[in-house]
Design a protein around this ligand. Structure first.
Ligand code: 13P
Length: 251
């Protein structure tokens, strides 16, 4: 049995005040689902600390949306993995397609971020996924395989045991165009096969999340697939009710 995870990537949304209201609303309505579903919220850096304080001792965990690729020093504007760990966060999203697309995220940088994430006791949620053009050209398999090989294959067996992978096809992010459950399963099974080729049976335990226009009304069908272990949610994670309803998609 693999961990079931519903993670909310708030992206560049909410003020600190709104973020605290949102997480309190999530905690208030968590109900029974948290006994099986692991909820994670990933707020912007400005309120990571405040949200981590509110969730301390609860079933909701906290993650950052990125971390610096250097440990410390003269890197204006950056936030280190050590800082993120020190405020009580557990996870870091790495390699999100928006960062690859808009901020020049490369595999070389992601290898460094990954190492610092583990060195500080944090767990990465590593994102992979193809663009529409890559899918239409039949390059999706090579693209996703390279994203895994170049970064995940640098991990030790021990580090690998704490990895979460998220498959987020770029064409499905924020577009309302969700991958079909079969498309998700096909890619998740492929990702698991690639992971097994390097890490063996340990990869049977790796949670692989689907991300891209997941909503309460499509989550159940996608989560029902064998190799889909939950979701990385953007837009629908900004309303407590919608976010928790997605967790009800596991049954
Ligand atoms: P949406 O759920 O808004 O499509 O975003 C998905 C995503 O990018 C999560 O990281």
């Amino acid at each position: 049995m693999r961990k079931q995870i519903v993670a909310g990537n708030w992206k560049m949304n909410t003020t600190p005040e709104q973020g605290v209201v949102l997480v309190k609303e999530i905690l208030k309505n968590l109900g029974q689902s948290c006994t099986t579903v692991n909820y994670i919220v990933c707020p912007p850096f400005t309120h990571l600390s405040e949200v981590a304080k509110v969730t301390r001792g609860t079933a909701v965990q906290v993650g950052a949306q990125n971390c610096a690729d250097e440990a410390k020093g003269a890197y204006t504007g950056e936030v280190s993995a050590e800082m993120i760990a020190s405020i009580g966060a557990q996870y870091v999203i790495l390699g999100h397609s928006e960062r690859r697309q808009y901020y020049g995220e490369t595999s070389a940088k992601l290898v460094k971020r990954m190492a610092l994430t583990y060195a500080n006791g944090l767990m990465p949620i590593y994102c992979v996924g193809e663009t529409l053009e890559e899918r239409e050209n039949g390059k999706l398999w090579d693209v996703v395989k390279a994203q895994i090989e170049e970064v995940v294959f640098t991990l030790s067996d021990e580090q690998f045991r704490h990895l979460v992978v998220a498959y987020e096809p770029v064409w499905a992010i924020g577009t309302g165009k969700v991958a079909t459950a079969d498309q998700a399963q096909e890619m998740h099974a492929f990702i698991r096969k690639v992971l097994i080729s390097k890490f063996g049976e340990a990869a049977q335990k790796t949670p692989i999340l689907y991300g891209g226009s997941v909503k309460a009304d499509n989550a159940a069908e996608i989560f029902a697939k064998e190799d889909v272990d939950g979701g990385l949610i953007g837009g629908a994670s900004l309303k407590a009710e919608d976010f928790l309803a997605i967790g009800n998609g596991f049954n």
